[in-house]
Write a protein that binds this ligand. Structure first.
Ligand SMILES: Cc1cn([C@H]2C[C@H](O)[C@@H](COP(=O)(O)OP(=O)(O)OP(=O)(O)O)O2)c(=O)[nH]c1=O
Length: 625
């Protein structure tokens, strides 16, 4: 329970491991972290004698490895990761630093020094949080190290050479691998074993706790933290009501920007900017600093459409589990022209959605996870909905702005009678809409379900819960919770396709009805996920009054929505969504609080999750309205 939320904080982020080490990849994959691997090109040539202690050398090398990758991804590929992790493992004996042996003789020299002695293994780790402001890369570095003591038995010459000839020492610090044959040389280990193998997982998780779980404060989540007290354990992650998970607000890390951290190149100042066309850093006037953002916005529609078309043609599905395919194979599989497919695949590679090598094209890890139709957190349904439904509406945005109405008549040749009738006019439209809702609900379910401790509730009803994606996550986390999904009959009739297979948790019950008209079940916890923003005030009045009427004192309402900041300028995706809404609206935290309190729901707590949906929990007060 405590472990998942720590790494869960990274779920919605683009995490990059700046390391070629298969051991580090394995350690992080084994705990369910999803990341891309971009090995660092930083040469491990820092002057060892300039560091006061060996761990400082390891930390600095780890940092430079990560910075090199962050800079390269930002500048060369115009892709800014959210987090880059770098690590460096060294062995020290008799005040000497041992890295990877260059040849067998070198391995012999190292191993014979370690024979019969205790030595230290240090791994330095750097976690770099990146953001791009006016296309300038800004980085905040958090680093740490871990030391483990290892003692070797006395090694005979014969054993030593046998081990060296096994080939194992060559890519490992100190010339041995404790996790394999090298384990036979070891008498004892004091400290974190995984640290020796290349990544101090325990310390890493504690660092994440420090970064993402500052101590709870009793107010709404947008809290500024001036300092974060050290946390010694990550056991106690109940995701209390008001903690901030917003790394950007944490000031413990060292803030860097692109200009000051280029590891080996010239020093640029923050007025300079990378020119895509010439490949040089050029000084820019202040106003010109926003130019890259503007250019990106101008081109944004091309990138969206390329992604939509690749998904629609199931390019990522075809590439899944196939290794590398060339453009001819993909074109043949999807029945497209070769020249068209070649351009699409190249565009997807340029956008970082595919890897391109001389052998062909292959999916990135993110493409497998998010873009294939059966990916773990597939957004395929939402992408298809965006292409088929939102794209035509946005094409008519000018009319929507001028006339203040939804543009279904222009986009689809018919008037909108009701938001959902519009989606449900055909079986195809219904399934497409449900798949879109399912994508978002599934991706956000864990963050919504763990935003508050809901273990006190025995029964719950997800009103408009569609395919039950959130309900299924809730029963996983709270096995004693009996949960009902309440939705329109035409939705309930189509939910079977979306049910998870082979789960051994209590089943979710589905009830069909119209929450504006029909009786609602009596439960301890009502859930409204992505409902309130969609409807005009009168409809919300009907719905919230009905819930208030059946909700007993002490029972609660969980709302999942995007919560705007008080200036209503963030997050941008909420404001962009509003552009094609005419009846409903996005709200700030205080507006949601006001709305809920109006219907007798008090003690409104808000959790900004950093995922696509935030969460609010409130309790029905004892006296009736
Ligand atoms: C001591 C020891 C080291 N190692 C490995 C961990 C690291 O991969 C390697 C030390 O070299 P590093 O330079 O830390 O890492 P790397 O070159 O493998 O990868 P990158 O620089 O791209 O991040 O030694 C073991 O696998 N087992 C061991 O017992």
């Amino acid at each position: 329970m405590a472990l998942k939320p720590v790494l869960g904080k990274l779920i919605s982020k683009r995490v990059v491991l700046a390391s070629a080490s298969p051991r580090r990849q394995e350690i992080l994959t084994n705990v369910g972290l999803r990341f891309e691997v971009v090995p660092s090109w930083f040469k491990e040539t820092l002057e060892k004698s300039s560091f006061a202690s060996p761990y400082e050398y390891a930390i600095e090398t780890a940092k430079q490895k990560a910075l090199e990758v962050a800079n390269r991804m930002h500048v060369k590929h115009l892709r800014t990761p959210d987090i880059v992790i770098g690590a460096d493992t060294i062995v020290t004996v008799d005040e000497q630093i041992l890295e990877k042996p260059v040849d067998k003789q070198d391995a012999y020299r190292m191993l014979s020094r370690l024979s019969g002695k205790e030595h230290s293994v240090f791994t330095g780790v750097a976690i770099i949080h990146c953001s791009s402001k006016d296309n300038q890369l800004e980085m905040e570095v958090t680093d740490f190290y871990e030391e483990t003591k290892v003692k070797f038995s006395d090694l005979s010459e014969e054993l030593l050479w046998e081990y060296i000839h096994s080939g194992e020492p060559m890519d490992k610090a100190g010339g041995y691998g404790i996790q394999a044959l090298g384990g036979m040389l070891v008498e004892y280990v004091h400290g974190d074993f995984l640290n020796v193998v290349g990544f101090p997982l325990n310390h890493f998780c504690k660092k994440l706790v420090e970064l993402y779980y500052p101590p709870p404060k009793h107010s709404i989540c947008h809290i500024k933290h001036d300092s974060v007290p050290p946390v010694d354990t990550f056991e106690n992650l109940s995701d209390g009501e008001n903690e901030s998970s917003n790394f950007a607000e944490h000031k413990g890390a060292n803030k860097l920007d692109n200009s000051r951290t280029h590891p080996s190149g010239p020093v640029y100042n923050s007025e300079d900017h990378y020119c895509v066309k010439t490949g040089f850093m050029v000084p820019l006037e202040n106003t010109a600093k926003s130019l890259p953002t503007i250019l990106e916005l101008i081109d944004g529609f091309r990138a969206s459409k390329a992604l939509f078309v690749a998904c629609k043609l199931k390019v990522f599905d075809h590439l899944k589990d196939k290794g590398s395919l060339n453009a001819v194979d993909v074109a043949n599989e999807v029945g497209a022209s070769l020249c068209g497919m070649e351009r699409l695949l190249d565009a997807c590679a340029a956008l970082g959605l595919l890897e391109k090598t001389p052998q062909g094209y292959s999916n990135t890890d993110s493409a497998n996870t998010y873009l294939t139709s059966d990916g773990k957190y597939s957004l395929h349904g939402y992408i298809i909905h965006s292409n088929e439904h939102l794209w035509p509406l946005f094409t008519n945005l000018e009319f929507a702005v001028k006339e203040g109405t939804r543009q279904n008549h222009r986009a689809f040749g018919k008037k909108t009678e009701d938001l959902f009738k519009d989606y449900y006019h055909s079986q195809e439209g219904k399934q497409r809409f449900m798949a879109a809702m399912h994508s978002i609900a599934h991706l956000t379910a864990r963050d919504v379900a763990t935003a508050f401790d809901l273990s006190q509730f025995k029964s719950a009803c997800d009103l408009g819960g569609c395919t039950g994606a959130l309900a299924h996550e809730l029963v996983q986390i709270y096995p004693n919770l009996k949960i009902t999904v309440f939705d329109l009959p035409e939705v309930i009739a189509n939910t079977s396709y979306f049910q998870p297979s082979g789960q051994c948790t209590a089943p979710v019950t589905f009830i069909s009805g119209d929450f504006f008209k029909d009786n609602l079940p009596e439960v301890d916890l009502y859930i409204l996920s992505r409902v309130l923003h969609d409807w005009p005030d009168e409809k919300n009045h009907t719905l919230l009054s009905k819930i208030a009427a059946v909700c007993k004192p002490g029972s609660a309402l969980l709302v999942a929505e995007i919560v705007l900041d008080e200036q209503k300028t963030h997050p941008p995706r909420a404001l962009l969504q509003s552009l094609t809404m005419t009846e409903g609206k996005q709200r700030s935290g205080s507006e949601y609080k006001q709305l809920l309190e109006k219907y007798g729901f008090m003690n409104v707590q808000i959790k900004i999750t950093e995922n696509l949906l935030d969460a609010l929990l409130c309790f029905r007060k004892s006296q009736s309205l």
